[in-house]
Design a protein around this ligand. Sequence first.
Ligand SMILES: Cc1cc2nc3c(=O)[nH]c(=O)nc-3n(C[C@H](O)[C@H](O)[C@H](O)COP(=O)(O)O)c2cc1C
Length: 189
Amino acid sequence: MTKKELGMIMPPFALPVCIAGANIDGRPNYCTLAWFTMIDDIPPIIGLVMAKERRTKDGILENCTFSVNIPSAQMAAVTDYVGITSGHETDKSEVFESFYGKLGTAPMIEECPLTMECELLKTIEFETTDMVLGKIVGVYAEEGVFKENTPDAGRLDPLMYLSVGSTYHRLGEMVAEAFKVGKTYRRGN
Ligand SMILES: Cc1cc2nc3c(=O)[nH]c(=O)nc-3n(C[C@H](O)[C@H](O)[C@H](O)COP(=O)(O)O)c2cc1C
């Protein structure tokens, strides 16, 4: 296989997107993020990379709580909307129907099939971004996403984002079972 060197650019990853939520002065604010990842599993720790000026981050620091909401592919337009408008200028509190869990101050999105409420653990500062680390204290999934008691990828239908070219996509078909297909690997196959 021949490779073309692309230089120091953002690599063209396909990333799932989430919508982070936080209360600011008692009102929900939401913003779209593609740079987020699990950090640990027991207890579950999640990390969000947010530019310093994000209004949603002000709310995270105000209450030390936040939510991570996973939109479905059919929510592309509203997900993009909260990613191109800032709470600094626009009131986004009514864009979604919000609900609260045990933390009381982490607004979650009723329309998203999967949502999480998180307690802020710490932030790590970089030059133009901060990494916000939180413990997931509650996960809420819509009944419709389950197939035989397990969340099903097709029913979750997560919205994916391709960073180079800036386009949204759906997940493709399942290709194999993780932690199993590797056992069939033989060098040279
Ligand atoms: C597809 C997409 C992905 C984004 N990913 C991030 C991200 O990972 N980190 C970030 O800081 N901003 C990201 N943004 C930009 C913020 O969502 C955007 O600046 C938003 O207006 C911030 O809102 P706020 O100021 O109300 O928090 C993304 C936007 C879009 C459309």
